[in-house]
Ligand binder design. Structure first.
Ligand SMILES: [Zn+2]
Ligand SMILES: [Zn+2]
Length: 224
């Protein structure tokens, strides 16, 4: 079965692997892939040089222009990461306007971001995916439903223990899930079988895993 990966990082931000290697590895695993490096806006103005790649959408646009001509079945997004929650709407809107997939790095215990990030993301119609949200309140679940935002079940080791609680609330509110790797190197990408195990360990059935992959597939195809 073919997989659709909607969350991955390269050495453009903090990943270890070049985009070429990531894409080739995904192909090997029978996976289509979205490259979604971290986007921090101008929050870190003082580190402008260090973060110049990931603080301006221009650099993301240039890279997409270059690589979308080279690769088939690769789409591009950004992951809004560790910003003031009040900035999320404007950053998400700007990225969406340019046709990027918009993820927000959620409030996982494994890699902390400001409190209020989940709520700000789920209130925003321009956000597509809330990544590793950690704890999701019932109010947040209703926001996700209203704005049709996917909730992520993650294969990433530092966040994985939170999956069962997230899956449970998604099922209770009938939210749409996606299973992502959040891979920061090519060896963290996975095939369908491994994603299936991640889903089963989160308390999903095989049908629910299949549905999550279908959600990703349908969404992915809008960007090709
Ligand atoms: Zn990262
Ligand atoms: Zn990520």
């Amino acid at each position: 079965m073919k997989r659709y990966e909607l969350h991955s990082h390269t050495n453009f931000s903090d990943g270890k692997t070049s985009i070429e290697e990531m894409v080739n590895k995904a192909y090997e695993l029978n996976s289509a892939i979205a490259i979604t490096d971290h986007f921090i806006g101008d929050e870190f103005g003082i580190n402008k040089i260090l973060y110049s790649n990931i603080s301006s959408l221009d650099s993301f646009l240039k890279r997409r222009d270059k690589f979308s001509k080279i690769f088939d079945e690769v789409v591009f997004g950004i992951e809004i990461t560790r910003v003031n929650p009040r900035k999320i709407p404007e950053m998400a809107m700007a990225a969406k306007k340019h046709g990027f997939i918009v993820l927000v790095h959620g409030e996982t215990g494994g890699d902390k971001v400001p409190a209020g990030t989940n709520t700000a993301a789920l209130n925003c119609e321009y956000v597509d995916i809330l990544a590793h949200p950690g704890h999701l309140s019932e109010e947040d679940a209703l926001r996700a439903k209203q704005n049709k935002i996917f909730i992520e079940i993650t294969a990433r080791e530092i966040h994985r223990s939170e999956n069962p609680e997230i899956a449970k609330i998604c099922k209770k509110f009938n939210l749409e899930m996606v299973i992502n790797t959040d891979a920061h190197s090519a060896d963290e990408l996975i095939d369908y079988e491994t994603a299936n195990n991640v889903g089963l360990n989160a308390g999903l059935s095989e049908d629910e895993v299949w549905q999550a992959n279908e959600n990703a597939k349908k969404f992915f195809k809008k960007f090709i």
